[in-house]
Design a protein around this ligand. Structure first.
Ligand code: FES
Ligand code: FE2
Length: 421
């Protein structure tokens, strides 16, 4: 992100704090039909067309540094394996033996010269997944080994993350992410390492979890400290809608918070003192100062959100496990400047603070799902500063295709004029 864009975001924040209503001509949203969160039929459509056609984060490049290193991936219905080939490239295959369907690899991670099914020992090449050997080949009549390779899934990397896409004809990853890559490029993500990881299963639809991180309308109400002090001023949330359902948000600090940080005003963006924490190194100081002096977050469609930070940041992932069941994961990445698994005290404290915020967010999720299933809630009215949620839903419908969605469950296309090109 260039200095000019950072400047324009600052201007947008000022605009947001001064406006007395949504911008002239901004559309009125109809209620989001609540069945989009409760219908099994709609959920199946999402699995097929959204999770089946989008680039999804499956892991990190440093988890498989050497040829033959692999890990299995079970977040989607079909088991998969991600492996670094002899040529150093990372690829993804279905973890399904082409003999009788046993898993080719059973361990969560490991290293192998070849991928050998433990049932009858059919053996596959780590680089292209071809079937290279099988016992008693003479007993199969006319077996054509070239037709029995492990089926591939699209796989690519960006910012140190490994992405997969079940759609073999998907647009390339960088094209899919588009300008939303600007939010990660300055942060040297390839050099960051996982500091800690958490995961919980919540009895609610995956969108209930994702949407909790797409607005700050709720922030001062559930994230204020005991003295009623909120870190953010949610009237200063400047949002950007990218194509393909991605979006960003930059929100100014509250008066108390910017003073705590030694800033003169909310827009006094400058390098802050982050105490004992190692800072992310960057060439793009303007961007880093913005991240330091605001709450800056980027969300990538459909299911990963990164609330950015200059000392590192978490990646939040929302995996559907059923219509009303979601696996919520968060992994914190940072310029790790210590050896071993034991976190230094300042990081322990940091992780506790972040887990506390996540607790406050997840507190509502299961009860909200109960209400979505109750006749008491008829629909979901959302407002201008919740528009990133609408943007998510529009992209869901775009991928599913309007003709596949029952009319009463559709979302009107309203935000096209507001999408940055
Ligand atoms: S199922 Fe894999 S070798 Fe038979
Ligand atoms: Fe929150």
């Amino acid at each position: 992100m260039d200095a000019q864009t950072v400047k324009s975001i600052k201007k947008k924040i000022r605009y947001e704090s001064e406006r007395t209503a949504p911008p002239e001509g901004f559309p009125k949203f109809h209620d989001i039909p609540k069945e989009r969160y409760t219908s099994d039929e709609f959920h199946e459509l999402e699995l097929e067309h959204v999770f089946g056609k989008s680039w999804l984060i499956a892991g990190r490049v440093e988890d498989i540094p050497n040829p033959g290193d692999y890990f299995t991936f079970k977040k989607l219905k079909e088991p998969m394996i991600i492996v670094r080939g002899a040529d150093g490239e990372i690829r993804c295959f279905y973890n399904t033996c082409q003999h009788r369907g046993a898993p080719v690899v059973r361990e969560e991670c490991g290293s192998a010269r070849r991928l050998r099914c433990q049932y009858h020992s059919w053996t596959y090449d780590i680089t292209d997944g071809t079937l290279v050997a099988l016992p008693d080949e003479r007993d199969f009549v006319d077996l054509d080994k070239t037709e029995r390779s492990l089926p591939r899934i699209s796989c690519d990397t960006f910012a140190g993350f490994i992405f997969i896409n079940k759609d073999l004809n998907a647009v390339p990853l960088l094209e899919y992410l588009g300008d939303a890559t600007q939010m990660l490029e300055p942060l040297n993500c390839e050099t960051l390492r996982e500091v800690y990881r958490r995961s919980i299963v919540i009895p609610c639809n995956w969108k209930v979890t994702a949407e909790a991180f797409l607005e700050v309308y709720h922030f001062r109400h559930i994230h204020s400290n005991k003295d009623g002090f909120s870190v953010l001023n949610s009237n200063q949330a400047a949002m950007g809608l990218y194509p393909n359902g991605h979006s960003r948000q930059v929100c100014g600090y509250s008066n108390q918070q910017f003073r705590n940080h030694g800033m003169e005003s909310w827009d006094d963006w400058k390098p802050l003192d982050n105490g004992p924490f190692a800072m992310i190194e960057t060439e793009n100081q303007e961007f880093l100062d913005m991240v330091d002096c605001t709450s800056t977050a980027v969300s990538y469609f459909p299911n990963y959100i990164l609330p950015l930070g200059t000392i590192g940041f978490p990646v939040l992932l929302f995996w559907p496990m059923g219509t009303g069941k979601t696996l919520l994961e968060w992994s914190y990445y940072a310029p790790k400047d210590w050896e071993g698994d034991e976190m230094p005290t300042h990081w322990k404290k940091r992780s506790e603070q972040f887990d506390q915020i996540m607790d406050e967010d997840k507190f509502n999720m299961a009860p909200m799902q109960e209400s979505l299933e109750s006749p008491a809630l008829t629909g979901i009215p959302i407002n201008y500063q919740e528009r990133r949620i609408w943007h998510l839903h529009e992209q869901i419908d775009h991928l599913i295709g309007e003709e596949h969605i029952p009319e009463e469950l559709r979302i009107e296309k309203l935000l096209s004029p507001y999408i940055e090109s």
